[in-house]
Design a protein around this ligand. Structure first.
Ligand code: ZN
Length: 423
C-alpha cells in the first residue's frame, strides 16, 4: 500500500536525549533512532528500518552460502533436552548456565535453541545411511537464545538474537577440510560485501579435536573483547596491552573487536556419539565428519554502525542503508510539494527498488533533515520553491554535494549517483 512510503506511517522517532543504561555508542544510537525497543533485559523488538537492513544482510549471506552448495532449512527453537543427553553436552551447558530451559505440561524438559548440532545430527541419522548421500551442507537463519545473567551493549550481548548456523557433512576428514576452506572464502566475501573491516584469527580454545578453527572479528571503538594484533604477520590473540608478537617479535597493537563469525571443524565426535553413521563403499560403518559455521547476524548492523558512525549519527554503506533515499517536501502542508515528492519517490522505488521514503512528518525542515542524517539516509531529494521551475535539490547525507536537478532528469541523476551499487 502506498501509505507505507510515508515516514509519518513508520514508527520513526529520533530521541535527542541520551538514553540511560547504554554504554556502547552503537547501542545508544540504535535506541535513540528507535531501531531496537527493549521488552525485557537483553530482549528486543527490531523496528521496520532495522529489519530491512537485516533482511538485506541475510540476502548477502544466502547468496554466498548457496553459491557453495549450502541448502537452507528450518529447525525448531524448542529442543528436547534428551537429545543433549545423548551427545553428552547437557551437563556442560547447564553448568555454564547459558541454556534457557523449560518444562511442558507433561513435565518433559526442553531448551530454547542456542546451537543446533544435536537436532541436526538427529535429522541426519534418520535420512542419511549411505556415503552416496554425502557430502551436503545445511544452514538456517533464526532466533537463538542465551540465558545471560548480564546482557549488555544492546544487540551485542542479547538473550535473544538472530544467528546463521551452518553445518557441513562429509565422509572423511579430507572432505571436511574442503568444506571448511570453501566456507572460509564465502565468509570473506560476506563480510566484504557488508562493507565491514575485519580480522580473522585462529582460535583453538575449547574445540574438541578440531584441526581448524577461526574467528571473524570486526574492528570497533568499543567492543566486548580486547586483543593484541600484529600487522606484520596477522597474529591476533585475546590479551590486554601491547606486548611483542610471539610469532615474529614485531610490536603488536591493541585492538577492540566484536566477534561476528566463528568457523571450526567439529569432526566425527558427536555424530559417532549419536549414531549418525554411513556405510562406505565396502559396507563398513563410519561416523559423518562435520564442520560448524556461525554468523551473529544481528551483530552485523552493530559492527557497521560502530565503523561508519560520525558526529551526526549513524552512517551506512549505500546498499545497506535503512533509508537509502528520502524525498523531503520543505513544507509538509503544501499539497503541491507533497504530491511532487510522492511521484518522485514512486518513480525511484519502481525503477531501482531502493528503500525510498517521503519525509512528510510535521516537524521543521531542519529537524527532519537532522533525523534523516542521524538514521543515515544516504541521498536526500528536497522539494521546495524550485518546484515552480520543475526542479529539486539532490544532496548526500549531511548536506554534502548539493545540486539542483530538473525533475525530468531525476532517474538519470539517481542512476549516476548510485552506480555500482548492488541491491
Ligand atoms: Zn607478528
Amino acid at each position: 500500500m502506498e501509505f507505507s512510503m510515508y515516514l509519518t506511517s513508520l514508527p520513526l522517532r529520533v530521541e535527542r536525549e541520551i538514553p540511560h543504561d547504554t554504554k556502547a555508542r552503537s547501542h545508544r544510537l540504535m535506541v535513540q533512532a528507535g531501531f531496537i525497543q527493549q521488552t525485557s533485559a537483553g530482549i528486543f523488538s527490531f523496528s521496520t528500518l532495522l529489519w530491512s537492513v537485516i533482511r538485506r544482510i541475510e540476502k548477502i549471506i544466502r547468496e554466498e552460502l548457496n553459491a557453495i552448495g549450502f541448502q537452507e532449512l528450518m529447525m525448531p527453537a524448542l529442543q528436547p533436552t534428551n537429545l543433549w543427553r545423548e551427545s553428552g553436552r547437557l551437563e556442560h551447558f547447564q553448568r555454564e548456565h547459558t541454556m534457557l530451559s523449560l518444562r511442558d505440561r507433561k513435565d518433559q524438559e526442553f531448551c530454547m535453541g542456542s546451537t543446533y548440532e544435536e537436532v541436526l545430527i538427529d535429522l541426519c541419522r534418520h535420512f542419511v545411511s549411505s556415503y552416496r548421500q554425502l557430502p551436503f551442507r545445511l544452514y538456517q537463519i533464526s532466533e537463538k537464545f542465551r540465558d545471560d545473567l548480564r546482557p549488555r551493549f544492546g544487540l551485542v550481548r542479547a538473550r535473544q538474537f538472530r544467528m546463521k548456523d551452518g553445518y557441513s557433512f562429509d565422509l572423511n576428514e579430507g572432505g571436511m577440510h574442503v568444506a571448511y576452506q570453501e566456507t572460509r572464502e564465502a565468509y570473506n566475501k560476506i563480510f566484504e560485501r557488508c562493507g565491514i573491516s575485519f580480522v580473522v584469527f585462529s582460535d583453538l580454545r575449547g574445540s574438541i579435536g578440531s584441526t581448524f578453527a577461526e574467528k571473524y572479528m570486526a574492528r570497533t571503538t568499543e567492543g566486548e573483547e580486547s586483543f593484541i594484533h600484529c600487522t606484520h604477520c596477522n597474529f591476533t590473540a585475546n590479551y590486554e596491552g601491547s606486548p611483542y608478537c610471539p610469532q615474529c617479535h614485531a610490536a603488536t597493537e591493541p585492538l577492540t573487536a566484536l566477534e561476528l563469525g566463528h568457523i571450526f571443524e567439529l569432526g566425527p565426535h558427536y555424530p559417532e556419539k549419536m549414531g549418525a553413521l554411513v556405510a562406505d563403499n565396502n559396507g563398513r560403518l563410519s561416523p559423518i565428519w562435520m564442520g560448524d559455521f556461525g554468523i551473529g547476524v544481528s551483530r552485523i548492523p552493530v559492527a557497521i554502525i560502530e565503523q561508519y558512525m560520525d558526529d551526526c549519527g549513524m552512517n551506512w554503506p549505500f546498499h545497506l542503508a535503512p533509508i537509502q533515499i528520502a524525498v523531503v517536501p520543505v513544507m509538509p502542508t503544501n499539497e503541491n510539494q507533497v504530491s511532487a515528492a510522492s511521484a518522485i519517490a514512486r518513480t525511484i522505488k519502481t525503477t531501482f527498488g531502493f528503500e525510498t521514503y517521503v519525509d512528510n512528518r510535521a516537524q521543521s525542515f531542519g529537524s527532519r533533515l537532522k533525523d534523516l542524517d542521524f538514521v543515515g539516509s544516504q541521498l536526500q531529494i528536497v522539494v521546495g520553491d524550485r518546484l515552480d521551475n520543475g526542479e529539486v535539490d539532490v544532496q548526500q547525507r549531511n548536506g554534502l554535494n548539493k545540486t539542483t536537478v530538473p525533475i525530468a532528469n531525476i532517474v538519470t541523476t539517481i542512476e549516476n549517483l548510485t552506480k555500482g551499487v548492488h541491491q
